[in-house]
Design a protein around this ligand. Structure first.
Ligand code: KIV
Length: 271
């Protein structure tokens, strides 16, 4: 896609300014060129190439199976569709935990091979080495605390996190550690709204909530959820803006009917 020089790209700096001026940040996941282009033209601020691609694109039960190569494929498609939005890419499970050099290598591959602008990692203190190493190489990092789906087998459930005092305290501490390490924003997933509001107030960098209430500096949703492509996933925090599953099913049935009846193609639809 040719680059429109008149469109001003959202940067990590823009997001910080938005927080300072209390302008909420709108972020959505995207995994391919066509949807990225629509979302970008509609004015979305941040496109997240989430490892939720493992669920919604590949049909896996968890985010764990997706590979770095697969994330790179999705991310490079999204980047080609985005002229204005900041594109952030998830480092997949197994590509950064436990070894900060490997984390840096994974992040460098994403930046070099996709043209994305930033990466996202799940976790706090336990992955701080990786976060620091990646940031010191000049790569912007978005943190992710609360419900971190790559640790689902440790949690055992997708229920609300940090309801207990000790976990809430760890989350507050981790948020500050990530900010001090140089993260430009932090996703807060499925935690009590009061805690998310308090953490957001305490941070200079923006928080982006999903199931974390209205006190966050921005919101993110998975595109398949907010467009109603998924019918089986309807948690309380989700607002669905379309019922695409129903719309698409009806269009497909209409098409099948037209093909079977011979109505399609008509005289004007052939050469
Ligand atoms: O992978 C993803 O889609 C995410 C969002 C839910 C924040 O990490």
């Amino acid at each position: 896609m040719s680059v429109n020089k008149e469109v001003k790209r959202i940067t990590t700096h823009t997001l910080r300014q938005m927080k300072a001026s209390k302008e909420k940040i709108a972020m959505l996941t995207a995994y391919d060129f066509s949807f990225a282009r629509i979302f970008d033209a509609a004015g979305i601020d941040v496109l997240l190439v989430g490892d939720s691609a493992s669920n919604v694109m590949a049909g896996h039960e968890t985010t764990l199976p997706i590979t770095l190569d697969q994330m790179i494929y999705h991310a490079s498609s999204v980047v080609r569709g985005a002229q204005r939005a900041l594109v952030v890419v998830d480092l997949p499970f197994g590509s950064y935990q436990g070894d900060s050099l490997e984390a840096l290598r994974s992040a460098v591959r994403i930046m070099k091979e996709t043209g994305a602008h930033a990466i996202k990692l799940e976790g706090g203190e336990e992955i701080l080495d990786s976060v620091q190493r990646i940031i010191s190489a000049g790569i912007p990092v978005m943190g992710h605390l609360g419900l971190t789906p790559q640790s689902i087998y440790k949690f055992g459930t997708y229920t609300v996190r940090a309801r207990e005092k000790a976990e809430a305290e760890k989350l507050r501490k981790d948020a500050l550690l990530l900010q001090n390490a140089g993260c430009f924003a932090i996703v807060l997933e499925k935690i009590p709204a009061l805690l998310a509001g308090e953490v957001s107030e305490s941070l200079e960098i923006p928080s982006i909530g999903i199931g974390a209430g209205n006190g966050c500096d921005g919101q993110v949703l998975v595109m398949h959820d907010m467009l109603g492509i998924n019918t089986e996933f309807r948690p309380r925090f989700l607002r669905t803006y379309l019922e695409l599953h129903t719309e698409i099913t009806s269009a497909i049935r209409h098409y099948i009917g037209d093909v079977r009846s011979g109505d399609f193609p008509s005289a004007s639809e052939q050469y």
